[in-house]
Ligand binder design. Sequence first.
Ligand code: SF4
Ligand code: SF4
Length: 387
Amino acid sequence: MARVHNWQLGREMSYWYPESRPNKQFAAVFDTNKCIACQTCTLACKTTWTSGLGQEYMLWNNVETKPYGFYPLAWDLKLLEMLDGQKWSEQEYEGQKLHRYEGQTIFESAPAGERVLGWRPEDVDYAYPNVGEDDCAGQVDGGASYSLQHMAQHMAWFYYLARICNHCTYPACLASCPRGSIYKRPEDGIVLVDQGRCRGYQECVKGCPYKKVFYNAMTGTSEKCIACFPKIEQGIQPQCFVNCIGKIRLAGWISTPDKARPDNPIDYLVHVRKVALPLFPQLGLEPNVYYIPPIHVPLSFTKQMFGPGVADAVKTYRNAPNDPDLQGLLALFGSSEAMMPRWRRQGDWVSGFTEDGKEAVRVPIKEPVHVRQPYDRLYQITRTNCP
Ligand code: SF4
Ligand code: SF4
């Protein structure tokens, strides 16, 4: 085992290979508050990459309702139960909160003779991708479907969690593979399975805590999200991003915290404003899909899912209407198919720029609202939206 630095943990940790960061790291931010669980992203991916034989149960992109939805079943609960003592400590340094993970990662708690603490789902665990959909936590009386904390004794809540492979900095799938068939591309950090080398041992399926590698029984190999790399190479965001109805997604490149640039949209949201957080950082993979946490969910739940920065992230996000830069950047989500590694706000407008510095899109921070009068004088008719 090598010693590597994991900035999400605030400390060094053990990993199977030495630290070797790519020249650029693919990353994304998902705003959970905007997702409507329409599953357009799921279908966009399915029809592009996994419509073949042996891929029937594969959902490289899935959207599950938390707290009761999972794909595969209980993917997160099982591992959290296996991983004891997940504690974070907090220190103040020059006015900043520094968090450090004091528990053990899945690499540090691997059983003797194994590289990762993991488990392999049964076939039946993949049978119900919509399990728990729209189920809420808390008691719902008398047909009420939703209540706020200050309005009732109990709180009913759920939220949608869209998931793809995190193209982790320290991938457990890669560490688990005894054939060395999984690799991380140095040019963009995308994690791929070499189909020629893979022999289908499924150690990666067992090792990935997010369960984002799938075994294809027809080909006898493992397959996973490829971050639509043929599109990324052309400067275009992946299928599940550009088809997202809720405009919850933004793809880009992330730097390490010491090299963060405020004019890089992902850096700005993750490092500068700290409003977007990793999924289960305590597992130790340094995942590269970041989530703006849901603002209506008890912090005790979201803290175990997105780490100790969740209370500050929710506060910052709630204040977005008074924060033109943050509000502006959020308006850039879903505004263009282009990868936009740079952004700038000017007054009430925000622009995204491509790799070569060209303006890809310019959008207003607030969408103009046009109210159509019911009576149209030009055509002398009355239009109503509903009877
Ligand atoms: Fe590998 Fe899983 Fe990380 Fe994707 S999410 S890189 S499949 S460990
Ligand atoms: Fe959510 Fe977007 Fe997927 Fe619809 S397309 S389920 S809004 S992530």
